[in-house]
Design a binder for this molecule. Structure first.
Ligand SMILES: C[S@@+](CC[C@H](N)C(=O)[O-])C[C@H]1O[C@@H](n2cnc3c(N)ncnc32)[C@H](O)[C@@H]1O
Length: 264
């Protein structure tokens, strides 16, 4: 897959200064809306936050991180949260401090923050990190108390998790990993946001990178490492999980390294 041509596009003079700064930070060209066809993927402001849009006339609608949106609110009620919380040890220590070393679009991080965790979100893809940063700023400025308080428990650290300074890792209880999985099954239909996301970050050919990340995580001074895996995939090579928590479509491989808080 060829690397998509990316640009920031400015639709309104009111947003020019902000978007020029985003473009400069990401090292991307800033285009006028009339020139938008010159790029395969565009970053533009949509409802006050950065959104990723596919270039071209029949492109699907924008994809952004919307922590206050219906999907995130719906997910609060989903059983997945319970499994994720259980895998990470939510309830065993308060507050539980989590490093989400593969933050992506921040959905799992937001669920964890909603469960009361303090979450450090690490994302190495600069455009994805910019989407996250924009959504977090919007959520923190929201007049919805729940949304604002949840976002306050989330902190973004753009860059590769393995480059985090020791000071950022001090006090972290759990490292959570949800690396990209190389293959999708036969059902190739991927949701719109995931399809654009995959175009941006690429689907890895194998799991070498994810295995190295697990190795790194297991060597950190934390009580546990939890890895999200497709239900039928083998555990990531490099460490045998202590136990597994299985859902309908995904599984969490839990590596217990030490007791978590008073309840162990
Ligand atoms: C499958 S997505 C995670 C989705 C996320 N759990 C969510 O709920 O939206 C994996 C993400 O991890 C990021 N990533 C992979 N390795 C990383 C690393 N070593 N440091 C930081 N980010 C990493 C990728 O850029 C990608 O955005």
């Amino acid at each position: 897959m060829s690397t998509p041509r990316l640009a920031v596009v400015c639709d309104s003079d009111d947003d020019r200064q902000h978007l020029a700064q985003v473009a400069a930070e990401l090292g991307l060209p800033l285009l006028e809306s009339t020139d938008a066809l010159a790029a395969d993927l565009l970053l533009r402001l949509d409802q006050g936050r950065l959104a990723l849009v596919q270039g071209g006339p029949a492109a699907p609608g924008p994809v952004s991180v919307d922590f206050g949106g219906g999907r995130m609110r719906q997910r609060r009620r989903g059983g997945h949260n319970e499994l994720l919380g259980k895998a990470l040890g939510v309830g065993r220590k308060s507050p539980l401090r989590v490093l989400d070393a593969t933050a992506g679009l921040g959905r799992d991080s937001f669920v964890l923050a909603d469960l009361g965790c303090e979450v450090l979100l690490c994302e190495r893809q600069p455009v994805v990190a910019a989407l996250l940063g924009s959504a977090l700023a919007q959520a923190r400025g929201s007049d919805d108390d729940w949304l604002c308080a949840t976002a306050q428990r989330m902190q973004l650290a753009p860059g590769d998790a393995r480059q985090l300074p020791a000071s950022s890792l001090a006090g972290i209880d759990v490292i959570y990993l949800d690396p990209m999985f190389p293959h999708r099954g036969k059902s190739a239909a991927v949701k719109k946001d995931m399809a654009l996301f995959q175009r941006l970050i690429g689907i890895p050919e194998d799991e070498t990178d994810s295995e190295a990340l697990l190795q790194w995580a297991l060597a950190q001074p934390v009580a546990r490492v939890a890895v999200k895996r497709p239900l039928k995939a083998p555990p990531l090579a490099g460490g045998k999980p202590s136990h597994q928590i299985r859902g309908k479509a995904v599984r969490f491989d839990v590596h217990v390294l030490a007791a978590l808080g008073a309840n162990g």
